[in-house]
Ligand binder design. Sequence first.
Ligand code: ZN
Length: 483
Amino acid sequence: MSASSEKYEAVIGLEVHAQLLTRSKIFCGCSTEFGAPPNTHVCPVCCGMPGVLPVFNRRVLELAIRMGLAAHCTIAPRSIFDRKNYFYPDLPKGYQISQYETPLCKGGYIELPGDGDNGGPTRIRLVRIHLEEDAGKNIHAPDCSLVDFNRSGVPLTEIVSEPDIRTPEQAGAYLRELRSMLRYLEVSDGNMEEGSFRCDANVSVRPRGSDSLGVKTEVKNMNSFRHVEHAIAYEIERQIELLEAGERVVQETRLWDPDRGVTRPMRSKEYAHDYRYFPEPDLPPLIVPPDLVEQIRIAMPELPAARRARYTSEMGLTPYEANVLTQEREIADYFEAVLPGLKNRKAAANWVMTEVLRVVNESGRGVAQSVPAPAEVGSLLKMVEDGAISLNAAKTAFAAMCKSGKNAKATVSELGLLQVSDEAAIAAACDEVICAEPAKVAEYRGGRDKLFGFFVGQVMKAMGGKANPKIINEVLRRKLAAS
Ligand SMILES: [Zn+2]
């Protein structure tokens, strides 16, 4: 951090658009499937033809309420759709149906995981979560511009945070938590590359300790968590440099250019009154019966924050371990299914964080398609606990199981990985080594403790690397001590 950045603090608020996991669009029956040929999932409603009427997809309501409850929001019993008017080629109606003054969800907060260093979790308050329809997509070819309306009318929630975020890293942590929650809840797939999880950042800076807000810019076009963090960091530095040079920050929308690593101006920021919001006359108010909210509340899954708390308090995992294991529900479920019958939960956590996650990430496929069933990993780890195989042998077996799909017992015996724990056999090997190395034995007994490792290695070698190291240690210590 430069000296001038010490003088300032950043104030960051994030707006996230998450596509809801419905099969059909928000106001018509067209499919929401990603990747279809352009303009094949369209109808007069989502193309904004005159005389058509929108019909609200109730599934959208359920999904949005689920997210609202998870984020501790107040669910409005009555909310209203509004028209947000603007002209753009990807918006054939000339307005977007959204929610303005009376959104579905108000208030609430997202709890960020603590990493153990900065203490407990941090709460980022939310302003609101509202519903809206997506616009189409402009495609700019060299000599013309094209519009694809497949995305037009796809249901979105917009999740708006208070400007509670202070650093780019915190913005990244907030987005990861939000995405993780949406995926746990099966509200959105959170896929940034396919545009079903998009983020705009409002960034301003002010002298540290000040209560007033500086002039903010809105940064768009960030397609990964890393882009968001880089773009915000760049924007903070840019604004500080302007202020330090005695210039002003201009309120505007800026685009992140990932190739050059800079933000550049796109257009001057619209104010709300530019959109001439008014209530959508073609849709009735959105009424949410209290028993619907209760029904949804009862069916909520355990969320990442609750799981993290359980892993640290009940299992003694570190906040870092709990965070890694709970980011994806699939991984957390897998981890818990490995545990039955195991004493050492820390070892199981380590195994899932390293071996399992590595294979899953390298394969680019789902957990079920890339690693053995959790019970098989459990049985492998049980063999380690019981001293039947070494940790290294377990790694060899696991790699083989990922390829062959065979179970743990069969793999361990096929590869001959079982450890010799027979004390008599180990004692015989120890005697041989001690007889063969009289000089080293004398040195050891004369006080060169470091030689102990040498003897362990020799015995292990004599036994083809398959002896139980714990037993070798015990027997060797006894035999070497006796002179
Ligand atoms: Zn349609």
